[in-house]
Write a protein that binds this ligand. Structure first.
Ligand code: NAP
Ligand code: 8YV
Length: 312
């Protein structure tokens, strides 16, 4: 008998095929009456395949008394209450590291796009405005000072790439990292005051909720740029919009938002922002690697082997 697995949302074809081969898969999003469905099969489900976005809410877990493992597609697991899972004796896995390069690449791309005004320059040429005069001069990354909020797996790859632009790198986190060559700021406001760019790449959590506060963004100031690649919850989005509108904050490049996929329309009207639909890891290669980790973690669990990338 194949173990029974609950899939929360659609996944890449190769992941769905692998799951279908190894498990009896139930697709939650395809059920018209999810409560009735869970009442029927809930006690048979031993594993969950989900995404970082969908997570596994407590009321769902209440309906799955025999679930042993949640394999999540994504490195961030803020949509899963890991303490609750531990209490329920449920293992949780995520997909770290395989997405570091893609994330760092898009971060640098967003920064260049913002300071060299690539979206506006593209629109300028397409509108036939070049014949009427040259595009206005822009800023540049080279030599600027960047502060990284969250010098973790991805943050370190961003730092490496930004040094190719001869940028000075500082960082903020809860702990000083003894073997990192960058300047540590125990205080985020102080770092924001000193840097030209603030890159947020910390996890979503109750502790990081709103960590990029109005005060932090005011410290970054009219010449400063915020890049949020971590989670929308890190930034006070209402304050961000007000400060961008008033010019108290210079500019922002945003891949993540408070209420995805809903983006505040006020941001559409601003010329000093670059917007991206949460696509930091969204390359064929990287998403394939993430999917492979979901498959491998589930396989390891059901074979009684150590998990590849456990969270709890
Ligand atoms: P990681 O290796 O765990 O690094 C997280 C970093 O955040 C650590 O340096 C940690 O430093 C810092 N941090 C954690 N809590 C903090 C707090 N309360 N205050 C200040 N700093 C804190 O994680 P990662 O693999 O680099 O991933 C980071 C996050 O990126 C993910 O959790 C996810 O939310 C986001 N992400 C977004 C996308 C996207 O598509 N946009 C893709 C992948 C990941 P300390 O422990 O010293 O505090
Ligand atoms: C994914 C992410 O888009 O890994 C993460 O934490 O935010 C992204 O890689 C997301 O998790 C997919 O649901």
């Amino acid at each position: 008998m194949k173990p029974q697995l609950l899939q929360i949302a659609p996944m890449m074809t190769h992941v769905e095929e692998a799951l279908e081969n190894a498990y009896q898969v139930h697709r939650l999003w395809q059920q018209d009456d999810q409560a009735a469905f869970l009442g029927r099969v809930g006690a048979d489900i031993r594993g969950i395949a989900t995404s970082g976005h969908h997570g596994a809410p407590a009321d769902l877990l209440d309906a799955l008394p025999n679930v042993e493992i949640i394999a999540s597609y994504g490195v961030g697991y803020d949509a899963i209450d890991t303490a609750d899972c531990k209490a329920r004796n449920i293992r949780v896995t995520n997909t770290p590291d395989v997405l570091n390069d893609a994330m760092a690449e898009l971060t640098v791309g967003m920064m260049i796009g913002l300071c060299r005004r690539i979206p506006q320059a593209d629109a300028y040429v397409r509108a036939g405005r070049w014949t009427g005069g040259n595009f206005p001069l822009t800023g540049e990354l080279t030599g600027a000072h960047v502060g990284i909020l969250g010098l973790g797996r991805i943050g370190k790859e961003i730092a490496l790439r930004l040094q190719a632009f001869r940028m000075r790198v500082s960082y903020h986190g809860r702990t000083r990292q003894a073997y990192q060559p960058y300047t540590y700021y125990p205080d985020l406001v102080e770092m924001a005051r000193d840097v030209d760019w603030l890159v947020a790449i910390a996890p979503g959590s109750p502790q990081t909720n709103g960590i990029v506060s109005r005060e932090v963004m005011q410290a970054l100031g009219p010449k400063g740029s915020l890049v949020n690649m971590g989670r929308g919850s890190l930034v006070d989005e209402a304050a961000l919009i007000e400060l961008l509108q008033s010019g108290e904050l210079g500019a922002a490049a945003l891949d993540v938002f408070e209420d995805e996929p809903n983006v505040p329309e006020a941001l559409y009207a601003l010329d000093n922002v670059v917007l991206s639909p949460h696509q930091g890891s969204a390359t064929e290669k990287t998403r394939t690697g993430m999917g492979d980790l979901v498959i491998r973690n589930l396989a390891a669990h059901f074979a009684g082997n150590p998990l590849i990338t456990p969270v709890v």
